[in-house]
Structure formats: structure tokens, C-alpha cells
Design a protein around this ligand. Structure first.
Ligand code: ZN
Length: 273
């Protein structure tokens, strides 16, 4: 009789803790990975100084679209849609960098999913390089979530947002929907206000979207810092922060530009739950 009570109590505790775990992540319905560009990096030692000198590598560029009970959220906007109309894509100023193509526009990918730009409640960008902010102005009314340090950075790429674009200038981490399901995490280093995204999916589990805190798996495994990064010290610290977040949340790391990894993932219109 006693052991039965213990078993019953254990079962109830299990039930309670699993329903509590569910209660922590009620809001996300879907996460889509959108193809926001494909390219060839001329010399990947630009991202891994002294390693693989002169070797080229295919890159991808992703955007991530989340359907939350409170509204749509877009993480990164990819390369400018105008590149889709360029027959030879966009050649980089330096041949060691990435020669980008855009097989489809972001506008057409959203359209295919039945999502209008005005339906998006928030957009957030990992940082302000052109392969991540190319289509911010496709969403002129949408609140942009960006680190203050990034917004105010006098970057080499000139004006990046229209001054009238609604923006929330963050100073550190930010719980987007207030339920812990989508959290912007501050990971400076690649740029002064770089950020990554921790997403807690109800079925898939936790996923951390890298932004450009790291560009491909080999650099993650070896903690290599690209030559053009804003701060080597901050980059190393942010990689450690990501490693800690992965461990705490039992999360997968999805590396934005890593083609080998992305080839293993489902692309829109398929989605993760
Ligand atoms: Zn990038």
C-alpha cells in the first residue's frame, strides 16, 4: 500500500513537472527557416586566420520566421531583395569575401507562406552587416529590436536604417514576448552590438540562432575569431556565453552561414514546432 502511494506521488510529480515545463513555452506555434541568400566565400581564412588559406567555401544566409501566439517575429532580413534581380549576383569589393546570390526574394517567400510584411509584429537583426539588414525597410511600420550599441555604431557601411524606422534600442538581453519563449541574447564581438536568439520550441526543444557570433562549425569547435571582427576579446567571451546557454537550455546551435548544417535542416514551407 505504501509503495503504491509513493508510486502515485511520483507519477503526479512527473505529471506536474511536465505540465509546468509546457507552461513555460506556450507561445510559439511554428519556426520557418527562409533562404535569404546563397554565396561562395573566396577565401575562408578571412574567417579563420591562418587556416584554410586560399580555400573557398559555399555559404548560406538564413532568415528565421517565428509564429507566436502574440504575433509574427522575423529574425534577420538577409541580403537585399534587389540582388535577386542581378543575373550574376553581387560581387564583393574584396574577392576574399562572399559573392552572394538571392534565389528568391524575402517578399516572395513571405507571400508563399501567406504572410504580409504588415503582419510582422517585430523584426530583430543579429547585427548591421548588409547580409542581415538588407530588407529592414520592407517592413517600414514594424518595430525593430536592435542593440543600442549596434544602432549607434558608425559602421563602415553608412546609413543602415531610416531614422524614422520604429526601433527599440536594447541594452542587453530581451524577452521578446514576455514568456521566455524567444529571447534576444547579447553576444558582442563580431560587431559592437551583435545579438543571438534563444528560441524554446515546444516540440523541437531549445535552439540558439547564432547570428554571426560564429560563421561555421569548424570555427565554433576551435573558437576561431574572424579577422574583421570588432573585438577579439568580446567574440571569445560571447562564444563562451553561447556555450553556457547551450548547456543550460540543452539547446542546439544553428549557425546562420553554415551550409553543411543548413543542408540537414528543413526549409520553408516546412517548419519546426
Ligand atoms: Zn553574415
Amino acid at each position: 500500500m505504501m509503495s503504491m502511494r509513493v508510486a502515485l506521488a511520483a507519477a503526479l510529480t512527473g505529471l506536474l513537472s511536465s505540465s509546468l515545463a509546457f507552461a513555460q513555452t506556450p507561445g510559439i506555434e511554428k519556426l520557418y527557416i527562409l533562404n535569404c541568400g546563397e554565396g561562395v566565400a573566396g577565401d575562408i581564412s578571412r574567417w579563420s586566420p591562418g587556416v584554410n588559406v586560399g580555400k573557398s567555401m559555399d555559404f548560406v544566409d538564413n532568415c528565421y520566421l517565428i509564429k507566436h501566439a502574440q504575433g509574427w517575429f522575423l529574425w534577420d532580413t538577409g541580403l537585399a531583395d534587389a540582388i535577386a534581380a542581378m543575373p550574376e549576383g553581387q560581387r564583393p569589393p574584396d574577392p576574399r569575401m562572399t559573392h552572394w546570390h538571392r534565389p528568391h526574394t524575402l517578399a516572395s517567400e513571405l507571400d508563399q507562406l501567406g504572410v504580409k510584411p504588415a503582419d510582422i509584429k517585430y523584426i530583430a537583426v543579429s547585427h548591421t552587416h548588409p547580409d542581415h539588414i538588407g530588407n529592414v525597410e520592407l517592413f517600414p511600420q514594424t518595430m525593430l529590436l536592435v542593440q543600442k550599441a549596434e544602432y549607434e555604431w558608425p559602421a563602415p557601411f553608412g546609413v543602415r536604417f531610416k531614422p524614422e524606422h520604429p526601433a527599440t534600442k536594447l541594452e542587453g538581453d530581451h524577452d521578446v514576448f514576455g514568456d521566455g519563449s524567444v529571447t534576444i541574447t547579447s553576444t558582442p564581438g563580431h560587431t559592437p552590438g551583435h545579438q543571438s536568439l534563444l528560441v524554446k520550441l515546444p516540440k523541437t526543444g531549445a535552439v540558439l540562432l547564432s547570428g554571426d557570433a560564429v560563421h561555421f562549425k569548424d570555427n565554433w569547435d576551435n573558437r576561431r575569431v574572424p579577422e574583421g571582427n570588432f573585438s577579439k576579446e568580446q567574440t571569445i567571451a560571447s562564444m563562451q556565453r553561447i556555450a553556457d546557454l547551450l548547456a543550460q537550455n540543452k539547446a542546439q546551435l544553428w549557425i546562420n552561414h553554415d551550409k553543411a548544417q543548413r543542408d540537414t535542416l528543413k526549409m520553408a514551407p516546412e517548419f519546426y514546432e
